[in-house]
Design a protein around this ligand. Structure first.
Ligand code: F6R
Length: 263
């Protein structure tokens, strides 16, 4: 796991957008896995900037979002579909026919989840998966106790997630209790994973998933089982890590490290 500690939310956003842009330049028809929430807003703003100023081309990109609230139609203002269009899709030249966000108001969620997995497979699998992390350690909506073999399915949301996400709704009672989410198994099949986190409120869980044991109680710790994970943090989210000096040495000697380990 490569851990990059940056000095601010803005720098975290710039660094992560550069990583995504560089993967798109290497493979113009990349399949991108995308997250919603507060964390990636700055990254998406930076990507829009790179698209406008440097002509980064999304026309052949395919994208799959991690999750969506059950019961919310794609046009609902609190849906993740709406979030993605507002924060990214409407501002870049992505072909909307190549965009997949789980459909929250599907009539048959079980069949729909199988179909979603099939679409990922038909697109050749996810090349780069962008992730945030919840305060309960979730990636996507894989709440504590989720199986590391899980696939896209409906999941009941943890109380902490309902509380954290209630800021977008008029009250906690309006937050949907269920979500369609990619599984840990689905996420671990992505060729490369980029997790971003910022703010002091994420510091404990960031230290736990990077430096603690692999446990389904903190589902992000499953990323320790993947061979190509980059974590980009601001200094607040990194503040409880024990091995900061090592991560910074590796970051500052990137050319040497790349020469020696071939990445
Ligand atoms: C959203 C998602 C979630 C969020 C996480 C952090 O698509 O998959 O796992 O990444 O809840 O949310 P924020 O960024 O709002 O702190």
């Amino acid at each position: 796991m490569e851990v990059i500690i940056t000095s601010s939310y803005e720098e975290m956003s710039r660094v992560s957008a550069k990583i995504i842009a560089s993967e798109i330049r290497k493979k113009h028809d990349l399949t991108l896995g995308l997250a919603t929430g507060d964390t990636p807003i700055g990254t998406y703003e930076e990507l829009v900037k790179i698209h406008q100023e440097e002509g980064l081309d999304f026309s052949k990109i395919k994208s799959f979002n991690l999750d969506e609230y059950v019961g919310l139609a794609p046009l609902h203002k609190n849906s993740y579909n709406y979030f993605m269009r507002e924060n990214l899709f409407n501002k870049i030249n992505i072909n909307i026919a190549n965009v997949y966000v789980p459909q929250g108001n599907t009539e048959d969620p079980e069949e729909y989840c199988k179909w979603y997995e099939k679409q990922i497979e038909n697109c050749g699998g996810i090349d780069l998966q962008v992730l945030g992390i919840g305060r309960d350690g979730h990636i996507a909506f894989n709440e504590p106790g989720s199986s590391f073999a899980s696939r896209t399915r409906v999941k009941a949301l943890h109380k902490q997630t309902l509380e954290d996400n209630s800021r977008f709704f008029s009250s906690i009672d309006d937050v949907p209790r269920f979500a369609i989410t990619m599984g840990i198994g689905t996420i671990l099949e992505a060729r490369r994973i980029l997790l971003i986190a910022n703010g002091e409120r994420k510091a404990d869980v960031v230290a736990a998933f990077i430096e603690g044991p692999v446990t389904s109680q903190i589902t992000a710790s499953a990323l320790q089982l993947h061979t190509d994970v980059t974590v980009v943090l601001d200094n607040e989210a990194a503040s409880k890590l024990a091995r900061t000096e090592y991560y910074n040495w590796v970051r500052d000697h990137k050319h040497l490290v790349q020469k020696m380990v071939g990445r």
